[in-house]
Ligand binder design. Structure first.
Ligand SMILES: [Zn+2]
Length: 68
């Protein structure tokens, strides 16, 4: 049997992750964001995107219909 030891490359920065919102180095407390503010922004975008999916589709049969 052979032991496989993957050599870990030295990381240039303290944290390998960066805030996807502003690009700043992510904070360990708000990973993967740099601050609670950025985390909130991302959450808002995510929610909006979710809602859009449902409203984007139009009713298939709601043109010639009279309640009668
Ligand atoms: Zn940020």
């Amino acid at each position: 049997m052979t032991e496989r030891n993957a050599p870990i490359p030295a990381t240039p920065t303290a944290s390998g992750r960066r805030c996807p919102i502003c690009g700043k180095p992510a904070a360990p407390r708000h990973q993967p964001f740099c601050s609670a503010r950025c985390a909130d922004i991302d959450l808002g975008r995510w929610l909006k995107g979710n809602y859009r999916v449902e409203t984007e589709e139009a009713p298939p049969d709601a043109d010639d219909r009279d309640a009668g």
